[in-house]
Design a binder for this molecule. Structure first.
Ligand SMILES: Nc1ccn([C@@H]2O[C@H](COP(=O)(O)OP(=O)(O)OP(=O)(O)O)[C@@H](O)[C@H]2O)c(=O)n1
Ligand SMILES: O=P(O)(O)OC[C@@H](O)[C@@H](O)[C@@H](O)CO
Length: 243
């Protein structure tokens, strides 16, 4: 589905190795969740939504062949919509690989929209995906967030509290994070090594340059599967969905 100004692409980020999952025999995005791997649950959300001209799956270089096999086995109905591309050594490099692939293969202009999403957030909803696209059309960039539920404590030295910010202004960032693709590329290329070192997500590239990023309301259920206990929660959620 093209928007009024250009094309819309999804980058499903599956290039990580899942160290915090405790080094299972495969990166966590390829672990089974119910009847199919986590990454397939996520890809299906984007393919079925009908919002995208193309869905790009970024995976570790050593998993290119296996990723394609997984798609053919578990997601064959949508295989024609998905390009499998190698990710980079850090998450933002993976996003740059998606941008370079799209530019080279399909071309891009100022209206091209890129919706980036963690492969390990398989419970993203169609509402959130659609609101991301609408927010980029209106504001140029957006982040998906939920209000912070815990009190967030800041400590500069790791021993004592520096400040407890007003929770009413605090949110937890999720994905999707979505952008005018060419603008994101320009900003990413402008970052210094020091700036790259503090970039825990792509939205921060805009925030560092003083640019505004709109908020899209996320969902508590849009969890990121990071630790083994998240996997147990995810399995319970997917079982609940199939009941
Ligand atoms: N070089 C990287 C690193 C991460 N990711 C992706 O970014 C998402 C969120 O990252 P995270 O949960 O930190 O995944 P990992 O980097 O795999 O986990 P860890 O930090 O525990 O190794 C994941 O879907 C992961 O595959 C990526 O595409 N490319
Ligand atoms: O720092 P981590 O590697 O856990 O996660 C990096 C990003 O994936 C993360 O910032 C987005 O999912 C938004 O929370």
């Amino acid at each position: 589905m093209s928007n009024a100004n250009g094309r819309v692409y999804a980058a499903v980020l599956a290039g990580g190795s899942g160290v915090r999952m405790g080094n299972p025999d495969k990166p966590k995005q390829f672990l089974m969740m119910g009847d199919k791997p986590i990454v397939v649950h996520t890809l299906e959300k984007f393919c079925v939504s009908g919002f995208f001209d193309r869905v790009i799956l970024l995976c570790p270089e050593t998993w290119l062949r296996q990723s394609q096999d997984i798609i053919n086995k578990y997601c064959s109905k949508h295989a024609g919509q998905i390009d499998v591309v190698a990710g980079g050594s850090v998450r933002n490099e993976t996003i740059m690989n998606a941008i370079n692939h799209i530019e080279t293969k399909y071309g891009a202009d100022d209206g091209t929209i890129l919706v980036t999403h963690d492969a390990v957030r398989p419970f993203v909803t169609y509402r959130v995906i659609e609101e991301n696209i609408r927010a980029v059309e209106k504001y140029g960039a957006c982040d998906t967030v939920v209000p912070a539920t815990d009190t967030i404590v800041e400590s500069a030295n790791g021993e004592t509290i520096s400040v407890i910010p007003d929770r009413r202004m605090l949110y937890q960032g999720q994905t999707p994070q979505s952008f005018k693709m060419q603008h994101l590329k320009k900003l990413m290329l402008s970052l210094s090594e020091d700036e790259k070192a503090i970039l825990t997500d792509a939205c921060k590239a805009l925030v560092l340059r003083g640019e505004s990023v709109a908020l899209v309301r996320g969902e508590e259920s849009n969890i990121k599967i990071t630790y083994p206990q998240d996997m147990r929660i995810a399995l319970a959620l997917v079982e609940g969905q199939s009941c």
